[in-house]
Design a protein around this ligand. Structure first.
Ligand code: HEC
Ligand code: HEC
Length: 333
């Protein structure tokens, strides 16, 4: 099926669902689920079966990605990831941690509209988004054993989470944005005091073993050749600040976050000002420009704003301009 056909098919499914609900055929009201309190299904308790083996393989793939599909695995055909991070470097604790982009419930939240592609995308496409950007690698074939195992793991992690429920703790939680540009120099101080002890003064992290042995990191790199690339969600200031405030220094959770909003804003600016692999063709992202995030710091830029302001803020003036442009476009149509 072509992309347009697929989208059309999904839209007509949505129409059927809407019709069903107007006939009173469907559904209890959507529930609110607090993922902080969600009981994580226990992998160890799974019986031995083909299904369980698939789920366990999925768990291994997301927690030790470098050992299975990393750039240092012996079989070149399996080198899908371009760096030695694991999915868990960001999706903490095997994707079970609230506000660290957990996998809990993701099974039921796809297909979903994504502004980056301006299309409805599937969970497989989302995984490959992280493969090509966060992991700086190449996409996993849809019918590959690795993709199947990851999907089985996501479905397992979503067991019992109602589809359509409101999930508290999904994604990350935004910082309260300071009304100023981020200050990377101030961020450098925060980095030195709060991050360098684990991630290294040079940001290159600490390996578990030696270069070439596919053992990944004790503390992952935050920049340099083995880090996420310039197209990754984490390379955007507000995404990185939100993740860092809720989850770093490692061990905190968003409930007892220790960094201030200002510190998270500045340290994220410092980290993302450092060199990292460059994703080609970023100008093709967000084909509907009106939906491009204000902190996507690559061209084309919103009329009247500099690359620097997209990189560091302040973002409210950009949002105001976008509203104005969208309003004008609506009136013209
Ligand atoms: C460098 C950090 C990082 C790494 C490593 C990473 N991701 Fe992500 N991932 C993110 C961020 C940030 C988001 C959400 C924000 C965005 O980019 O839209 C996300 C979103 C996702 C989502 C959608 C979650 C949702 O709630 O809709 C899935 C699924 C996912 N990633 C899978 C993976 C898999 C599988 C891997 C490993 C192959 C991986 N990610 C590696 C940062 C990362
Ligand atoms: C106590 C050690 C420790 C400290 C201090 C710490 N981190 Fe981390 N950080 C980690 C670990 C460990 C991970 C990966 C988690 C995993 O693999 O399970 C991580 C992951 C990350 C990631 C996502 C993965 C990547 O490589 O990009 C970012 C971004 C990050 N930390 C930023 C920071 C920032 C900014 C600070 C300072 C405010 C900080 N960390 C302080 C240990 C630490």
């Amino acid at each position: 099926m072509s992309r347009t056909h697929r989208v059309a098919a999904l839209l007509s499914l949505a129409a059927i669902a809407a019709a069903a609900s107007s006939l009173g055929l469907a559904q209890a009201p959507p529930s609110r689920i607090d993922l902080n309190a969600w009981k994580i299904p226990a992998i160890e308790a799974l019986p031995d079966s083909p299904d369980s083996r698939l789920i366990r393989h999925g768990h291994a793939l997301v927690t030790e990605t470098f050992a299975h599909i990393g750039p240092e695995v012996p079989d070149p055909a399996k080198r899908f990831a371009g760096n030695n991070l694991s999915c868990q470097s960001c999706h903490l604790n095997g994707g079970s941690q609230a506000f660290a982009m957990p996998y809990l419930g993701v099974w039921g939240s796809f297909p979903q509209y994504r502004a980056r592609e301006n299309e409805v995308s599937t969970i497989e496409e989302r995984v490959n988004g992280c493969m090509e950007r966060s992991m700086n690698g190449r996409p996993l074939p849809l019918d590959s054993p690795q993709m199947k195992a990851m999907l089985a793991y996501f479905r397992f992690m979503s067991t019992g989470v109602p589809v359509g429920g409101q999930l508290i703790g999904a994604g990350t939680t935004p910082i309260r944005e300071p009304d100023r540009a981020a200050d990377p120099q101030r961020g450098a101080k925060v980095y030195e005091e709060q991050c360098a002890v684990c991630h290294g003064a040079d940001g290159l992290g600490v390996r578990n073993g030696k270069v070439g042995d596919a053992k990944g990191y004790q503390f992952p790199p935050l920049w340099g050749p083995d880090s996420y690339n310039t197209g990754a969600g984490m390379s955007r200031l507000l995404t990185a600040a939100a993740f860092v405030r809720a989850n770093m220094p490692f061990g905190v959770t968003h409930k007892e976050a220790t960094l201030s909003d200002d510190d998270a804003y500045d340290v994220a600016a410092y980290v993302n000002a450092q060199p990292r692999p460059v994703k080609p063709d970023l100008d093709k992202d967000f084909p509907d420009r009106s939906r491009k995030p204000v902190d996507a710091a690559f061209p084309p830029y919103v009329q009247g704003f500099s690359a620097e302001q997209h990189r560091l803020g302040p973002f409210n003036p950009i949002r105001a301009k976008l509203r104005e442009l969208n309003e004008a476009a609506r009136k013209k149509n």
